[in-house]
Design a protein around this ligand. Structure first.
Ligand code: 8YV
Length: 331
């Protein structure tokens, strides 16, 4: 990977971003910001990417081989605004010697705060109670209405004990939960939580199951009909990871049939979930629009890190957070 010489590189920023970070790009390149109300369609993205040296990408962009080829041979870096990069075909990028980078670390605590908030939201039926008041259904105090389940003393099952999963565990331990987990590789420090042998064991023992694994071929559809049947009828499922990790039809049926009690979903499949979808009509579901990292602090740092990744690559250096460094010819 050599630095770009000659005319100023073109950087496509696929959504409106923090202006100070766009200004940093514009010091050494020409940033084309797609400042539109909606994300670009695949066709619009390909047209906008033509001739780009870098793409500042978002979860709403499908960066596949066609998008890379539309950008053409200039393209050196695809920098994702986020830690998950399942919207980018990393194999296709590596084959074309294109760096793929992401923003790990800076959103961990924000995402974990939110994951834990969703556990409490599910357990204490907060969204449902809010709707109850707004509808005018709250007439007087009722000793037996809107009863939730205790957070303190209950068992939390964490699927994926990476940065965010373990940060959720910290919060859960502080709130008196028992924490069990499954994960791919041995964590450096599992905070004394219990690693269980199988996903099925975790599902059977947990009062709350929260997902913190990346979306990959292995995790696509990880939670389906069989898995939901393993869960306790009073248990909740929390998904702040990626929608397709859960089979939406299976989840809808499990919630309808009382196989599980509650779902709190920051991500869905499809995303957004259509407003006429049965999940939207269910009281035992909380739906929010992919906001786990949506704090000013986290989003600013994500933007800055994305720009750091782009600027390093176009200067011919290894970017701080490259996910395919071992597959790039740096010569
Ligand atoms: C991002 C996320 O905000 O980092 C991730 O993987 O899911 C979110 O925190 C989202 O990807 C926007 O690009």
């Amino acid at each position: 990977m050599t630095s770009i010489t000659g005319s100023r590189p073109k950087i496509l920023v696929t959504r409106r971003q923090f202006q100070d970070q766009v200004d940093r790009l514009n010091e050494v390149s020409d940033a084309l910001v797609l400042d539109r109300p909606a994300p670009a369609t695949p066709n619009e993205l390909q047209v906008a990417a033509t001739g780009a040296h870098g793409i500042f990408a978002h979860i709403t962009d499908t960066i596949d081989a066609a998008a890379m080829d539309a950008a053409g041979p200039n393209l050196k870096v695809i920098a994702e605004f986020g830690v998950g990069y399942d919207n980018i075909d990393v194999d296709a990028a590596s084959e074309r010697n294109i760096v793929v980078a992401n923003t790990p670390g800076v959103l961990t605590e924000a995402a974990a705060d939110f994951g834990f908030t969703m556990i409490q939201t599910a357990g204490r039926r907060i969204a449902e109670s809010d709707r109850f008041v707004r509808r005018g259904d709250w007439k007087w105090f009722e000793p037996l209405d809107l009863l939730g389940v205790d957070i303190y003393g209950s068992t939390l099952g964490i699927v994926g004990f990476g940065r965010i999963g373990s940060a959720v565990a910290r919060r859960a331990l502080g709130s008196g939960m028992n924490v069990i987990y499954v994960t791919r590789s041995q964590p450096e420090d599992d905070l004394g939580c219990e690693r269980v042998g199988t996903l099925n064991e975790l599902l059977e023992r947990s009062d709350f199951v929260t997902l913190h694994c990346p979306l990959t071929q292995e995790t696509n559809g990880l939670i389906g009909t069989e898995e939901l049947k393993r869960m306790k009828p009073e248990a909740s499922l929390i998904n702040t990871a990626r929608g397709p990790i859960v089979n939406t039809d299976a989840l809808t049926a499990a919630l309808r049939d009382g196989e599980i009690a509650y779902a709190a979903l920051d991500v869905t499949d499809p995303e957004p979930i259509p407003t006429d979808h049965p999940l939207v009509k269910m009281e035992n579901v909380t739906l929010v629009p992919h906001i786990a990292s949506a704090t000013i602090g986290a989003r600013r740092k994500m933007s800055e890190m994305t720009v750091d990744n782009i600027l390093a690559t176009i200067a011919g250096k290894l970017p701080p957070n490259c996910v395919n460094a071992d597959r790039i010819n740096w010569g």
